[in-house]
Design a protein around this ligand. Sequence first.
Ligand SMILES: Cc1cc2nc3c(=O)[nH]c(=O)nc-3n(C[C@H](O)[C@H](O)[C@H](O)COP(=O)(O)OP(=O)(O)OC[C@H]3O[C@@H](n4cnc5c(N)ncnc54)[C@H](O)[C@@H]3O)c2cc1C
Length: 457
Amino acid sequence: MAQPRIVVVGAGFGGIHTLRHLERRIPAGMADIALVAPNDYMLYSPLVPQVASGLLTPQSVAMSVHRLMKRTRLIPGHAVGVDPADRVVVVRRPTGELSPVPYDRLVLAPGGLTRAFDIPGLTEHAFGAKTLADAVLLRDHVLAQLELANDTRDPVEREERCRFVVVGGGYTGVETAASLMRLCEEAAKRYPELRSVIRWHLVDIAPKVLPELGDRLGRKALDLLRSMGIEVKLKVSVREVTDDKVVLTDGRVLPCRTLIWAAGVTPSPLMETLGKPTQRGRLEVDAELRVPGIPDVFALGDAAAVPDLVGESPYCPPTAQYATREAATAAQNVIASILGRPLKEFRHKDMGLVVDLSGNDALARVMDHELNGLTALGITRGYHLAAIPSPTARARVLANWGIRMFTGGETSRLGFAEAVKAASFVSNEAVDYMDAESAAREGRRLMENLEERYGRD
Ligand SMILES: Cc1cc2nc3c(=O)[nH]c(=O)nc-3n(C[C@H](O)[C@H](O)[C@H](O)COP(=O)(O)OP(=O)(O)OC[C@H]3O[C@@H](n4cnc5c(N)ncnc54)[C@H](O)[C@@H]3O)c2cc1C
């Protein structure tokens, strides 16, 4: 019998952990396992804000797929459509060409993209905070603003360059604001006259920050952010952005040249192309992580609406913790479906959340315990070290934290701000997807071409 072809889409928490379980459980030579992903690394997103602040190097949070996987073939590119009738994934390679990838079992874990809104000027002027490119660019941009502010005599320009606005009171926005504010504090040691001008604002339409932490710890987070000097404005959003100001929905005008957009994530558009029911863009799956109506296709992570059989919400939250746990069930069910065995339901009880506010400040909710200060910082850092799947990356992160402790921060620019200015956070992540009909047509055509050239597998 030919080896079953298992194709996993996405090299994030869901995809990589699924592959690791598959490699561990399937003996060598018993299945052909492939990964479709645009990059050859898994990004440990929870530490991206620490890359933005320069505490960690980009390499320490980008874990090589080749180090993590032993038997998985990497197919570079984006999955842009699925043809379930012929069991083919259509992949757009980095060169732009389309290529067919046949499967017997398909696991979809493409995560999400930064959610943009139809706000005038947003995509032209805002910075993202999700990808490694966003983080590196942001750090350079923020440092450049301080240098330029220090070098001008124009008080208006100085004010604009020294004001930074972050939109989004979830963990991405809060951690990014806190980390970059600390970077500014460090850099301002060189520019003492800027200290009184530098302003950080955190804006969110919701009535509280970090709702995942619960009421009491959420209030603590708000107090901590304010005590750090971050001006937090709730129940407000952005009406307009230009190159030198941000207009809020309450009419306030903030002269500023930096808007950081961290107002949530929208599931990968790939999920809508399947033409099956979605929940706010997340593809609905059953408790066994199967996509109803499409045989042998599974989905998980931020891009899938997985029923929460344990918690109070109807669907599991889009977090790294859930994507990692779902991966074990996805791998087990892929194997069970090949062997004709019963499938397992996904059940997981939320273990809590950790938030690193940079410096010595952190907050943690571990099961029902709420922690702050150095205890929370120890737990936060310990959690990340345990969750990073590569020993090399773990060593790099630990070394970076150690170096900072003994040598202080580094505030020189690397020159990326000029090099990638043209890209917006939206164009950074944009891909052309196919609707179900085009995917079926292209899938069939590409497979016929392939068979004509190389014969049938
Ligand atoms: C800055 C930041 C901080 C965060 N902090 C926390 C935290 O503290 N705690 C927490 O629990 N969660 C946190 N999260 C959320 C967490 O990272 C996500 O919930 C988690 O990554 C979801 O895993 P996933 O596998 O679904 O998607 P991802 O990890 O995003 O992986 C998706 C993968 O799919 C690839 N991909 C995308 N489209 C395609 C395509 N068409 N074809 C092929 N591959 C594709 C991507 O390149 C990526 O490799 C944070 C997220 C961010 C951005």
